[in-house]
Structures are given as structure tokens and as C-alpha cells.
Design a protein around this ligand. Sequence first.
Ligand SMILES: *[C@@H]1O[C@H](CO)[C@@H](O)[C@H](O)[C@H]1NC(C)=O
Ligand SMILES: *[C@@H]1O[C@H](CO)[C@@H](O)[C@H](O)[C@H]1NC(C)=O
Length: 360
Amino acid sequence: MPLPSLSSFFLGFVAGCLTILLLLAIAAVSLTRSGDIYGLGHWKLNIRTPFPSMWMNLGYWTRDDGTAIQHFDEAARNMLRQLLQAAGILSDSSSASSSPSVAVLDVGFGCGDQTVALAEIINASRRPQFRYVGLTLNATQLQEAQQRLDAALSHSTQDPPSSSSSSSTTSLNLPKASAFQLYQADAAQPTSWPPAVLSSVTSLADASFSERWLMGLDCLYHFSPSRKPIFTLAARTLHANVMAFDLILSDSASFWQTLAVRILGFVLLCPWRTFLTEREYREQLVECGYDREQVEIRDVSDHVFGGLASHLRKQDAVLRPYGISLTAYALVGRVYEWFDRTRVLKGVVVVGRVSHCGLS
Ligand SMILES: *[C@@H]1O[C@H](CO)[C@@H](O)[C@H](O)[C@H]1NC(C)=O
Ligand SMILES: *[C@@H]1O[C@H](CO)[C@@H](O)[C@H](O)[C@H]1NC(C)=O
């Protein structure tokens, strides 16, 4: 078998160079011919990073005064506020003396907005004690969240009550950095946690935190094999209450609707039986250690699916002139329209309490 000769190697090298030159020429021609130079393509050069927010949840699209919310970040933050309100952490707000110490285990915390907003909304810095442990599956999200949190913390500490306080930024007033601990770990499988994560999470059981909470904001249906391990750990090891936004299967869903929802969940990498009916959900909480009498499940679908679906439509239309396509999100929007019409799945705010938790 003859080895490739030197000249054929040289020919290949020249061919490679020519290909690259050709590609560059095509790119230059397409940029000028497509009119992109005088079009909108330069949006890419104009966006500032980091982005002002990187929220991700379905959003709660109605304000307290009943008006509709138009922006994703506001709706997503409002969803967090709804959870905190349902949990009762927002009451007794004004008098600092009566506001209890709070510990939160936030599973699936996202990219940092949720962490910062939670501390802001509950006035964490004015509580006698505040501790937050967040778990995420994704290393990139962890990095983004840590950066976002660090930026907020440094902005918060250099926040003099000067005359320049008219800047558009809000006064953050966050607690010190050591109050927050973010980790990459699978919250659905506590037995897989490295010792550092486990000890950080179990430190939340400290009795000096009169309010201890597990928070799952729009993520628990992804938990595999199920929600049970984290519910059990929260109830029995941390003696923590639970607040969550979750999706629940309608009692009146037909066989085919249920099948469609299960297949949808499967495609989104959720466990096959992840969507439970309200009764099944309640039973699961009780089985894991929560007090049957104190489980609240509130249907908030009216404020979730329609708002999100119309936001996705609008966003798609607004971004299209720039050549940005929502692709998968636009399809997901159709699914939420279907949920909104049929209520096969309901969006719910869940609050569960352990029976002998100090203050409840
Ligand atoms: C946080 O502090 C502000 C200003 O003192 C107050 O108006 C608000 O009610 C407080 N909220 C909570 C949840 O403590
Ligand atoms: C984490 O997110 C990044 C960015 O979306 C993605 O590229 C990466 O595959 C994700 N990693 C895991 C383990 O899911």
C-alpha cells in the first residue's frame, strides 16, 4: 500500500487554504449583499452583558391590584413573591423586632435573580439571622448565579445614602455574603451529595432559625426519581416547611389527555409519573412527613398560562425583524395555550408545614 506522497500532502494543504479563503469571501459577500450592513444585524454589538436579568419560571402575570404584567422579569419575580406571601414570610414586616430568623433551602435556584430577589423581598438583612443554601444541577447556572449574587452584594455594600441615590438601581440592602451558599448538586438525590453540600444543607436545621423552608419554584416536576427524597429530607431532617410552585394533573383529565401530558413530560426529561393529581400530591407530602391539616394547594393557573403564552407570542413577533427566533419556546407557548384552554395541568402554589415547627 503506497504512502501518500509529499506532493499530495501539499496539495491537500493548499486546498484547505483555498477553502477557508472562499468561505471568508462568501461571508463578506453575504453580509454586504443581504443588506445586513445597513440592516438590523448589529443588534449583537449593542447588547450589554451581563443581562439585566436571567429569570426562568412560568411567571405570575397579575399584579396585586389586578392589572396585567407585560414583562417576563416582573412576572417571574412576582411568582417568587406569591410563594413567599403564601408561606406567610411577608407578614409581620414592619417591626424589625418581630421578624423571625429565616433559613431557606432553594432547590433549582436558576441564575441568581431568585436568590437576590428573595433576600430583598423578605428584608433578609434586617432579620436577626438569615441563611440561604441553593442547589442547581448545572455548572454554568451556578457560575452565572454566583457572579450575579456577587455583583448584587458588592453593589449593596457600596450603597451610600448619597445624593446620587436617584440612580435607577434599587437599594438592595442585602445580608453579608457568607449568608449565601450556592452548590452544584442533584437536589432530587440527597444520597448523592458530597459531604460539604450535605453539611451545609443540614446546618439549616439549626433551631435558631424559627422559620425553615424548602423552596421549589417551578422545578420539582423535573425531580427524578421523584419529589419524595427532598420532601422527606426537608420534613424529617430539617423540620422545614415547604413552599413550591408546581404543576398538578387535573382530576378530570381524560385518558388521552393524561397520556399526552405524560409524553410531554417524558420529552422534557421528567419522570413518567411526575404529574400527580391534587389528592396524590397531598398524600405524598403527608407520607414524607408533612401535616395533613396544614397542606395548602392553590390553583393559580388563571395568572400563569395565558400570560406566559401571550408573552411568548409577543416576544417572537418583536424579535423576528432582528432575525432572532424563539424556536423551542414558541412551541412551548402553544403547549401553555393548550393547558390554559383545557386545564389538563394546573399551576399551583403549594405550602406544606411540619406538625411541630416552632412558629407556624
Ligand atoms: C421590608 O422593609 C420595608 C421598609 O422598611 C417595609 O416596607 C416592608 O414591609 C418590609 N418587608 C418585609 C417582608 O419585612
Ligand atoms: C448547563 O448549561 C449549559 C448552557 O445552557 C449547557 O451547555 C450544558 O450542557 C449544561 N450542563 C448540564 C450538565 O446540564
